[in-house]
Structures are given as structure tokens and as C-alpha cells.
Design a protein around this ligand. Sequence first.
Ligand SMILES: [Fe+2]
Ligand SMILES: [Fe+2]
Length: 366
Amino acid sequence: MKVVKDMQDPKYALSRRTFLKGVGTVAAASVLPVSMVRLAFADPSRDFTFAYISDSHIQHIKGGKFVRNWDRGLIRAVAETNLLDPKPDFVVFGGDLAQLGTKEELDHGAEMLAKLRYKAYCVMGEHDYYLDLGEYWSKLFGDHHYSWDHKGVHFVVLNSVLTYDDWTFNRWPTAEQRMLEMAGLDNPNGSPFMVGERQREWLRRDLAKVSEDTPVVVFSHSPIQKLYKGWNFWTEDAEDVQAMLKRFRDATVVHGHVHQIQYNQIDTISFHAVMATAWPWPYPETYAQAEHQMPKLTVPMNRADPFFERDATGWQLIDVHTGRTTLKYNLYNNTNRTVGFNRDTGRPEDGQFQDPAGRAPPQSHY
Ligand SMILES: [Fe+2]
Ligand SMILES: [Fe+2]
């Protein structure tokens, strides 16, 4: 097998191939960096890819009006995903389809997702959940947590945005206020996310049927790590979930919510964040100030350029090969990035920016 560090090898450029077909017929695509690298492996029969779209934050204004910028981000991601060649095996939507969880927003978002020409799996985000606790979302997309097997990999979807019952059921006079309190950043009235005991018990039973040699990929909305509490880049019972995943030789957690590239390795578990189609979050300045809160291996990214409304937003293609996961970030108005597992170092790495000398310095955001 070729290891992922080969991505840095100049000869790699020779194996670049175009993934989007019909480029000439799509005006927007002509200005996009539409080619991606596909890794070659000794046993290609086990390789497969899927696409990942997340955090569209479809926002209702009134009547038939929605925030145009957020609509465009999702429409573009769906259109580009449909043009992929070779086709991904399936698509995952990583949560925060809606901004405030209303039927109008969820219906409008579901309508756009329905244009995907692949099977789609959906993950619950807090912006989808806290208005009616996921009731309408379930009518559209089904269960909040579930699992399936695909080509020898065990996939799990978790609802990681639950919180304490007292906060959910007793604190707020209206569902709308509950939603708004959970939607804000730096809000002292918010509450940390968690997978919760009941779902952890389900996960324990689900994983008990899976052998430790089977690669496991978990999709959550919040990171199953404790990164930055002020913005709820945080899952309160992350260690309990990690403890269940550690016994697998190759476990990967892919999450949305943070709207930025992050990656990390804890024991045998690789963690990857995906971009949003709506807007990017900068890395908070406190990430740089309090280094222990930053995943060690994440390369700082500059703040998005406000003159490009789609800067640092995008979607990503994920290769799963023999259990290890490579994320290719398709950034609309920014340099495309690839983060893949390096078997030599035993962790995910950004092929282009891993070298400290080549990193963009973190910026001051406030
Ligand atoms: Fe989000
Ligand atoms: Fe979120």
C-alpha cells in the first residue's frame, strides 16, 4: 500500500484526475479547482469514497424567502456532488441543515438534498434539534442514531447534541427561546452537548457485534472531543464514547459543527472536522492562546476573506481505504486541502501544511 505521505511526492501530480465531468456545461465549475487526488493502493478492491456536506444553516426570512447565501452554498454542494466521477458510494449530511429548526427551513433544506442522486444519510445538528427536539427532522430523515455496514466498514451515526434534561425541559418558557439560547456562541445560558447515557448504551450494544479488526467510522455533529467550550466545540461525555472506540484498530470520527478544518489523533481514533456550506468559523484566538484546547495536529487557518462570500466554505470527498480515511476538502474560494492518515507517524496529517514552516500564522479575530 502507498502511504498517505505520498501525497507530498511531486510524482503525485501525474496521477491527478478530474472528478467532475461536464465542467464546460457548468459555468461556476469553470472557476473551481475541480480536480482531486485519488490514492492508489495495493488492494484497490477495498477502497471506496463517499461525499460529505454539512452545516448549510438554511434560514427562513418570511413567506417564501430564505437567506440567499446559505441556499447557494447547499445548492452548489449538491450540484457538484452529483457531477462526481467516479461516483461516491453515498453522501452524508453532517447536521445544521436549518438555522432555527423550523418546518420551513427543514422542508426547504430537504428539498435541496432530495436532488442528490445518491443515498444520503443525515446527522442531527443542534440547529435542527432544539425547536421541537428533532420531531419534524425525524419525519423527514428518520432515526437520530443508527448504524450500517458497507464494504467491510461499520458506520455509526450519533446524535451528539443532546444535553441535560433539566436544561432541555425545565428552563425555557418557549421552544423558540430554547432554540435561540442553544444557537448562540459565548452564551452563558447555553449548555454543553453530549451523547447521553441512553445512546451510549445503544452504542455499546451496537459495537459489541463488531470485531476489533473492522474499521469503524462514526459521524457526529459536535466533535467527540473537548476542544473549546465557549463555542460548544465540545462533547461533555467525549471520553466515554472514545473509550468504546479505542478497542478498534482503526476508528475514525467525522464531525461537522465547527465549520473549519480540524484533525487530531487520540489513541487509535482519528478525528476529522468538515467544512460548512454556509460560513466558516475562524479559529478562535483562544485556540492559539490556550494551546491545550487546540487539537495538537490542526494547522491554523487564516480568517475567511469577507470579500469572498464563499471563502473557506465547501464540501469534502472522503476516501475510505483499508479502514483509514482521507479527507479532500473542496474549498470554494480557497486552497483545496487534503488531510490523510500517515501510517509512519500514526496520525492524520495535512499533506501541504503539516510542516510548521509552511503554516499560515493564526490571526487576531477580535
Ligand atoms: Fe453549524
Ligand atoms: Fe452545530
